[in-house]
Design a binder for this molecule. Structure first.
Ligand code: PHE
Length: 357
């Protein structure tokens, strides 16, 4: 057996890539057998070199070709082994990920923030555990004022050792945020204050916790005309209809003068009462011109500054727009209800929903 045969045979029989590499080094490496033969050509006489060189070069080519062939064969075998052993079973069903929904209240809060942002209103917030000055007194409801009883207030227990003169309350409305805003920033003011409020009340349309949104504008020369335009523009944008008709009825709130309850016209569509048109009226908002006493209580001069305020129930707006009829279901946490009435996060281009399709 000559050199070429024995080398190519052992290359052809190399059991794995590591053994093959050893053979390559032994033949073609720096001190390999074929390399040695190539080197020896240099010290030969021209005649001898002419005679031997073709064989040596042929040997190198044969060995190189045999190495490449065996390498390809070993790699193919390795790949086949992997394919056979590392099988992924794509027929297994994927794990079902539970996808949540945006609660209708969150959805409506986002819609409100967006609509009022377009009108130049910022969003303001205040604490849910409020002191009586902010919740009542500054809003022109002094102690023993009957209006304090009007709102079914939850009073907090006195914290042991506390020397606070009065008990804190769970805020009964978002109006204390009016006070907090007027005492913390100079006019002109244009804010909405969305948030949770609490009253001791429970039936199909009342829950002890519910959501309100307050609106407040304080500037020079503000009139009820501005109030009416703002509410009309807001309701048209919110209910996505142009046939929104408003009716302002004289009313009473201690913190506004004059005060107006705002009714919106409704009509029957497919057996359902919807906002728009004027077959009948339903009350949707409380509003009025901020009482000069409230402005003065917040440290502003009522001869220079005046404005309007309004407040409404966010849950109620959601029910009217999206057609739910039991307020209690909003807060039961029943997944079937949430799936049915909730909004898919990627479908609604609002703040909670992110930028969707
Ligand atoms: N705070 C009132 C309520 O809860 C609503 C309201 C707000 C009325 C602002 C007038 C002005 O009933």
């Amino acid at each position: 057996m000559n050199d070429a045969e024995s080398l190519t045979r052992s290359i052809g029989e190399a059991p794995d890539l590591a053994a093959l590499e050893q053979l390559r080094v032994a033949a073609l490496g720096k001190s390999g057998s074929v390399t040695a033969q190539l080197k020896s050509l240099g010290s030969m006489s021209p005649e001898e070199r002419t005679a031997k060189a073709p064989h040596v070069h042929a040997l190198r080519e044969q060995v190189t070709a045999a190495l490449a062939q065996r390498k390809a064969a070993l790699e193919k075998a390795e790949l086949e082994r992997k394919l056979a052993t590392e099988k992924i079973d794509l027929s297994l069903p994927a794990t079902d990920l539970a996808v949540g929904t945006v609660h209708p209240v969150s959805q409506v809060l986002d819609e409100l923030a967006e609509i009022f942002a377009d009108l130049g209103f910022a969003v303001a917030e205040g604490p849910e555990i409020e002191d009586q000055w902010h919740n009542f007194t500054a809003l022109n409801m002094p102690e023993f004022h009957p209006a304090r009883a009007m709102q079914d207030t939850f009073y907090c227990e006195r914290i042991d050792g506390s020397d606070a003169a009065e008990l804190h309350v769970l805020r009964t409305h978002t109006s204390p945020v009016q006070v907090r805003t007027m005492t913390s920033q100079p006019p002109p003011i244009r804010i909405i204050a969305p948030g949770r409020v609490y009253r001791s009340d429970s039936d199909a349309t009342h829950t002890p916790m519910f959501h309100q949104v307050e609106g407040l504008v304080i500037d020079r020369n503000i009139t009820m005309g501005h109030l009416k335009w703002t509410l009309e523009t807001f309701l048209k944008a919110f209910f996505e209809r142009d046939d929104i008709v408003l009716r302002m009825r004289p009313s009473y709130f201690p913190f506004t003068e004059p005060s107006a309850e705002v009714d919106v016209g409704w009509s029957m569509e497919k057996g359902r009462r919807v906002v728009g048109g004027s077959e009948g009226w339903m009350e949707v908002l409380g509003s009025g011109m901020v009482h000069p006493k409230v402005i003065a209580n917040c440290g502003l001069d009522p001869d220079e500054w005046q404005g309007f305020a309004f407040g409404t129930g966010v849950d109620r707006l959601a029910m009217l727009k999206y057609g739910m009829d039991d307020l209690r279901a909003f807060f039961d946490g029943d997944l079937r209800w949430l799936k049915h009435y909730g909004f898919r996060a990627l479908d609604v281009p609002t703040l909670s929903g992110g930028v969707g399709a």
